[in-house]
Design a protein around this ligand. Structure first.
Ligand SMILES: Nc1ncnc2c1ncn2[C@@H]1O[C@H](COP(=O)(O)OP(=O)(O)OP(=O)(O)O)[C@@H](O)[C@H]1O
Length: 232
């Protein structure tokens, strides 16, 4: 069976600046994968290429064997680091918008997640705190029945309690037939949910390993190895 996401020798330049170089990896169904790296290492660029927002200059990205394009976008649910919702919307409008827009949107799951997250349908999105907004964006992304979920910094800037709630929601609502990739530089606390981690450093793939294997071969937690790899 084809991997859910495969990158083959992907390179990306912005003008004269190289953002990604020769990135190759496979991401299989049933896996939660941490895409880890310090600021500017290339995580968002990888997410943007997998979701079809940005085209690589070299190499190729495939979703379930299909080159990234119209067909692959229907199989990919992306939570970007900036919200896709409009400022006039209430939470219920955002849910209705996603339901109208995506044929695979599961309304029952969305309502269940809204309750789990402690969100209220009548609340205006502009009135939500950063953490509550992240809970909403995660609800919207995970309520689709996609093959690939791409969550770009889903816990950026939220307090430890909100972070735990978001991680619990990911574990509870994750669909085991899919692959979920989470980019972050906040490795502490989040490593408990990863099956595999990919380290990106200066636009290159520094490591791709199963977390259990990594602990055995390196004798270290993901956080400790992260600190070692990214030490200046
Ligand atoms: N639109 C763009 N134009 C020019 N350079 C860009 C653009 N987008 C990204 N870059 C550069 O590409 C490199 C990788 O950026 P990217 O946003 O992918 O990193 P990141 O790991 O997601 O960083 P962060 O954790 O800070 O979000 C950086 O050097 C960045 O400055």
């Amino acid at each position: 069976m084809d991997p859910v996401l495969e990158m083959q020798a992907v390179g990306k330049r912005y003008g004269s600046k190289s953002a990604l170089e020769n990135i190759s990896f496979k991401a299989e169904a049933g896996r939660i994968i941490g895409l880890l790296g310090s600021n500017g290492s290339g995580k968002t660029t990888i997410m943007n290429i997998a979701s079809g927002i940005v085209s690589p200059n070299s190499g190729q990205a495939r979703i379930c064997g299909e080159p990234v394009g119209v067909q692959s976008k229907a199989m990919t649910s992306f939570m970007p680091d900036k919200p896709l919702t409009e400022s006039w919307m209430r939470i219920r409008d955002a849910i209705a918008f996603y339901h109208d827009f995506y044929a695979d949107f599961d309304m029952v799951k969305a309502q269940d997640m809204i309750a789990f997250m402690g969100l209220q349908g009548r609340d205006k999105i502009t009135s939500l705190s950063k953490g509550m907004n992240e809970r909403l964006q995660l609800t919207l992304a995970l309520s689709r029945n996609a093959k690939l979920y791409l969550l770009d910094e889903p816990i950026g800037g939220v307090d430890p309690v909100a972070r735990e709630k978001i991680l619990d929601a990911i574990l509870q609502y994750y669909n085991e037939n899919s692959c979920l990739i989470i980019s972050t530089h906040l490795v502490t606390d989040i490593e408990r949910i990863f099956d595999e981690v990919i380290f990106v450093k200066n636009g290159q793939l520094a490591l791709h390993e199963e977390v259990d294997q990594l602990r055995m071969t390196h004798g270290k937690s993901v956080v400790d190895l992260f600190k070692e790899v990214y030490a200046q």
